[in-house]
Design a binder for this molecule. Structure first.
Ligand SMILES: C[S@@+](CC[C@H](N)C(=O)[O-])C[C@H]1O[C@@H](n2cnc3c(N)ncnc32)[C@H](O)[C@@H]1O
Length: 139
């Protein structure tokens, strides 16, 4: 839907790449869900390949239900296919949602203790081998 706000000729090109493009082209044309993850992971995979770095570690601070972690993992596995670079992914979270706000900087008007909870058992069961959850306060 975000793509459709762009000029028509870019959308026509994007449609072509959506149907026939490589994974890299799909990233170039913002056709991968969470394009900010896709763009950064592509850049890091290309950098690693150029510099003969075989494995890259990704850290996510704040996992919640795991949508972002699973998205990164899926993108990483596609990029491993095309670049050979391996990814090891760690997700840090309390495991029970937001800790209590400590000051106005935590935006207590938006975020309360327990918001964004995680179903640890369910998420753990579905994690690929290269993804690990680290439970506890990041401090
Ligand atoms: C907005 S959610 C993360 C959303 C997730 N990144 C995604 O893409 O779906 C924020 C998460 O940060 C976690 N969190 C906040 N403060 C934390 C702390 N001090 N230690 C560990 N986890 C924390 C909360 O448990 C919550 O699940």
């Amino acid at each position: 839907m975000e793509r459709l706000t762009e000029p028509i000729h870019l959308n026509l090109l994007a449609l072509f790449y959506f149907l026939f493009g490589s994974y890299k082209k799909k990233i170039d044309y913002d056709l991968i869900l969470r394009p900010h993850h896709a763009y950064s992971l592509l850049r890091v995979a290309e950098y690693a390949k150029e510099n003969e770095i075989s494995t890259v570690t990704l850290l996510e601070f704040g996992v919640a239900a795991g949508a972002g972690l699973m998205n990164m993992s899926q993108i990483a596995s596609e990029l491993t296919k095309s670049t050979g670079v391996q990814f090891k992914i760690y997700g840090f979270d309390t495991g029970k949602g937001m800790p209590p706000p400590e000051s106005y900087k935590d935006h207590p008007e938006y975020y309360l203790e327990g918001d964004f909870p995680m179903n640890f058992e369910e998420l753990q069961k579905n994690l690929p081998k290269n993804v690990e959850l680290i439970i506890g306060d990041v401090r």
